[in-house]
Design a protein around this ligand. Structure first.
Ligand code: GCO
Length: 413
């Protein structure tokens, strides 16, 4: 345990109970739920020939207009926080041109959440960029870090420290760099490792500048980075094969995770986000293990990854920064499987707490079935079903289950 975890749990917690003040939330992102975000690079990508995106985001869940209904559901589940993102392309539709109406919209959202007893957890960048920014080189350009910090300063000062309970600077910069510049399945859809590494470095600089900007504009608000992590497993028959697999992991994990974890030094929290594991052999990445189910996302059903990633984030950062699970969940049509997944993941959180790791909260991804990026509306991560024609929201049994865990602050036997 470290100094900044003095008020936190330890091995003395009775089993299956979470510590007092453990926070329970659920998350979404603007482009995945608001609808009509035509002024960003994702919308352009969805409509470009050959992007491979399954379908356009369109009206999404119409949450721009229906955020009140979403907030009512979060309140009805008894969750204490709701993580959502503010859409840069709405707030700064052209460089230096600020939409007071959009900023007021998000201020009203924060107020509406607060009135319902829900803490607003605000993400400043969740994958999308204004079109003007992309036209100026986007994250390939070193100027983007400054431009992002300017946006953060403006948005954080408009919302103010009394509205924002927790601020997440950049969501999964590693995934944006990897999917946009290596796999080519996110905008700008290219495959060029050297540029991907440059993009990663620009994100790190942007994180650093945005922490300062948000702290200056909204003093006292905890600020951190949310990082996509996975359990990395080396597979091999012989010690040589295992060593070769581990060497692949060390190389890939260095630029996918470790450089970003290093960048959290001095932050108020690390947002750990995980969904599955990656298996590596002596020749490189492997597919699913025989007998382990593969999900619609193409990766294994592997809820154990949560404990593994929390431990690793804690270890790599030397226990200096508290951890919040800012995303964890499963895309599935089988809601019983969602409950099983979340239960196993939460058992892992309890194990980590018992080991003395400072985990402050858990956030289920996602509140709603929503636009899953290149996969379109196929994968269903939501606790709540959304009718694609009427936008009617219907909580699933997993929502009721998750609400009971949050309310009792314990995992039922
Ligand atoms: C991410 C994002 C979310 C996804 C979720 C499920 O991790 O990719 O933060 O936007 O929807 O992770 O894949």
């Amino acid at each position: 345990m470290t100094a900044n975890s003095e008020s936190q749990p330890s091995s003395s917690i009775p089993s299956r109970r979470f510590p007092d003040r453990f926070t329970w939330g659920t998350a979404t992102a603007a482009h995945q739920i608001e609808g009509g975000n035509w002024n960003n690079d994702w919308w352009a990508f969805e409509h470009s020939e050959g992007s491979g995106v399954a379908e356009p985001s369109g009206d999404a869940c119409d949450s721009w207009n229906r955020w009140n209904q979403d907030a009512d559901i979060v309140a009805s589940l008894g969750l204490d926080n709701y993580r959502f993102s503010i859409e840069w392309s709405r707030i700064e539709p052209e460089e230096g041109e600020w939409s007071i109406a959009a900023l007021d919209h998000y201020a009203r959202m924060c107020d509406g959440l607060r009135e319902r007893g829900i803490d607003p957890v605000v993400t400043f960048h969740h994958f999308t960029n204004p079109r003007w920014l992309a036209a100026r080189g986007g994250w390939e350009s070193a100027d983007t870090a400054e431009r992002f910090a300017t946006f953060c300063k403006r948005a954080a000062s408009h919302l103010g420290h009394d509205r924002i309970a927790r601020a997440c600077t950049i969501n999964e910069p590693n995934i944006v760099a990897f999917c946009g510049w290596v796999l080519g399945v996110f905008p700008p859809g290219v495959s060029d490792m050297a540029t991907a590494l440059k993009v990663g470095a620009n994100f790190i600089e942007a994180h650093r500048l945005s922490v300062q900007a948000i702290r200056a504009a909204a003093p006292g608000v905890p600020v951190g980075l949310t990082l996509s992590m996975q359990e990395w497993t080396a597979v091999g028959e012989s010690p040589e094969d295992l060593a070769a697999a581990q060497a692949h992991i060390d190389g890939a994990r260095g630029h996918m995770e470790d450089v970003f974890l290093a960048a959290t030094e001095g932050d108020d929290f690390i947002g750990v986000q995980t969904y599955s594991r990656g298996r590596w052999g002596s020749g490189g990445m492997l597919g699913a293990e025989d007998g382990v189910e593969t999900l619609i996302m193409g990766y294994e059903y592997w809820p154990q990854s949560l404990a593994a990633t929390i431990r690793r984030a804690w270890e790599v950062t030397g226990g200096r920064v508290p951890i919040v699970v800012t995303e964890n969940g499963i895309g599935t049509d089988d809601d019983e499987q969602r409950i099983r997944y979340t239960r196993t993941a939460l058992e892992g959180v309890l194990d980590c707490l018992a080991e003395g790791i400072d985990v402050r909260g858990y956030t289920y991804w996602s509140l709603l079935d929503n636009f899953e990026w290149a996969f379109g509306y196929g994968p269903r991560f939501g606790l709540v079903d959304v009718d694609r024609r009427t936008f009617v929201r219907s909580p699933k049994p997993s929502a009721t289950w998750y609400a009971s865990v949050a309310r009792s602050n314990a995992l039922p036997a």
